[in-house]
Design a protein around this ligand. Structure first.
Ligand code: F6R
Length: 242
């Protein structure tokens, strides 16, 4: 795993946005893998700036998001679908029909999961995926477990993730308890992966991901086995690397 340490999240945002823009310039029909949460916001802000400067054109880009809550509508202000439009898609010229966010809404959620993996495969696979990391080492909603889950699937959120996400809801009772998420296998199929960790509260997770054993108890550690991963850390999240 290639590890790069930057001064602060804003500098990481610029660096990762430059990587994404370069990917689009090199291959205007590329498939981008998107994440939600606080971590990618500086990257999305910097990407919007590059778009406004005319550096990058998203008109033929397609994208797939990592995950979505079960049980809230797409228009809900905390849905990941809405997050992506509010923070990126509505500010660049990506076509709404070219973006996919998991939509766990049918009678049989397993069918939604299988259809999502099939859609990624049919599109040719993700060229460049951005990830954040949870305090417990989760990537997407793949929580610590005894095995690495393979395909897109439905998960019960752990108490630690519910606690971490309650800041976005009126109360902890409003945080959805389930989500649809790309599996570890789905994520590992991306041709190139960028994982970003910022803040002192991510230092333990970043250390376990980079220096720890490959262990499903730290789902992000699986990235050690991917041939093209770069971890972007700020000084605070890199503080335990030694
Ligand atoms: C979001 C996602 C999650 C977050 C992680 C970190 O699509 O898949 O794994 O990346 O929970 O969240 P933040 O960035 O809010 O600290």
């Amino acid at each position: 795993m290639n590890v790069q340490v930057y001064k602060d999240p804003a500098q990481i945002g610029k660096a990762v946005a430059t990587l994404f823009a370069a990917q689009v310039v090199k291959n205007p029909d590329c498939i981008l893998g998107m994440a939600t949460g606080s971590t990618p916001l500086p990257t999305y802000g910097a990407l919007v700036e590059l778009y406004e400067q005319g550096v990058v054109d998203f008109s033929t880009v397609r994208s797939f998001n990592l995950d979505e809550y079960v049980g809230i509508s797409r228009s809900h202000e905390q849905s990941y679908y809405r997050f992506m439009f509010d923070n990126l898609f509505s500010k660049i010229n990506i076509k709404p029909e070219n973006v996919q966010v998991p939509f766990p809404a049918s009678e049989n959620l397993e069918d939604d999961c299988a259809a999502y993996d099939a859609a990624i495969d049919a599109a040719g696979g993700v060229d460049l995926q951005i990830l954040g990391i949870g305090h417990n080492g989760h990537i997407a909603f793949n929580e610590p477990a005894s095995v690495f889950p393979f395909g897109t699937h439905i998960v019960d959120l752990t108490q630690s993730t519910i606690e971490a996400n309650k800041r976005f809801f009126d109360s902890i009772d409003d945080v959805p308890r389930r989500a649809m998420t790309m599996g570890i296998g789905t994520i590992m199929k991306a041709r190139e992966i960028v994982i970003v960790a910022t803040g002192a509260d991510k230092a333990d997770a970043a250390c376990a991901m980079i220096n720890g054993p490959v262990d499903p108890q730290c789902p992000a550690s699986v990235l050690q086995l991917h041939p093209a991963v770069t971890a972007f850390l700020d000084e605070a999240s890199a503080s335990r690397l030694g």
